[in-house]
Write a protein that binds this ligand. Structure first.
Ligand code: 5GP
Ligand code: ZN
Length: 136
């Protein structure tokens, strides 16, 4: 299902033009309008899903296979030195467009970008408490 007023539904389904790198029945891969680096691409499902938890499992599996294939193409064609896969869910995680998308960000030595966090230093007990919360 498409969602009214969802810009990525419109782009994925070709109602709004985009710099398309790949398209099939279920997905469109486009260049990001505000790229972190040269070749920054977005994988968009044509069906609306707000985020990863909303995405059907088959689409999630298909998205990852497509990511692998697109990553190989970007490395081959752009000769990037590395590549980050980024996928944001929710405001707290920096999601700005509420339609699932997977970022493919080619990385170049010295590109000045960073995708980082400050590592914490929990005790074993704290880690165990978190583990229990998640699995029990
Ligand atoms: P988020 O922060 O939600 O993970 O990422 C949204 C991404 O979509 C951003 O990198 C932003 O540059 C990109 N973006 C937002 N609107 C458009 C658009 O209309 N076209 C394209 N190609 N990219 C967009
Ligand atoms: Zn949508």
């Amino acid at each position: 299902m498409k969602k009214d007023n969802c810009i990525f539904c419109k782009i994925a389904n070709g109602e709004i033009p985009s710099k398309t790198l790949y398209e099939d029945r279920n997905f469109r891969v486009i260049l990001d309008l505000g790229p972190a680096t040269k070749g920054h691409a977005l994988i968009l499902p044509k069906e609306h899903a707000e985020n990863l938890y909303d995405l059907p499992e088959e689409s999630a599996a298909e998205a990852m296979v497509l990511a692998r294939r697109m990553a190989a193409t970007l490395v081959e064609k752009l000769h990037c030195d590395g590549l980050n896969l980024v996928q944001n869910n929710g405001d707290a995680a920096g999601q700005t467009v509420q339609h699932f998308h997977l970022h493919l960000i080619p990385r170049y030595v010295g590109d000045g970008q960073s995708i980082n966090w400050k590592p914490g230093s929990p005790t074993q007990e704290e880690l165990e408490a978190v583990r229990k919360t998640i699995v029990e």
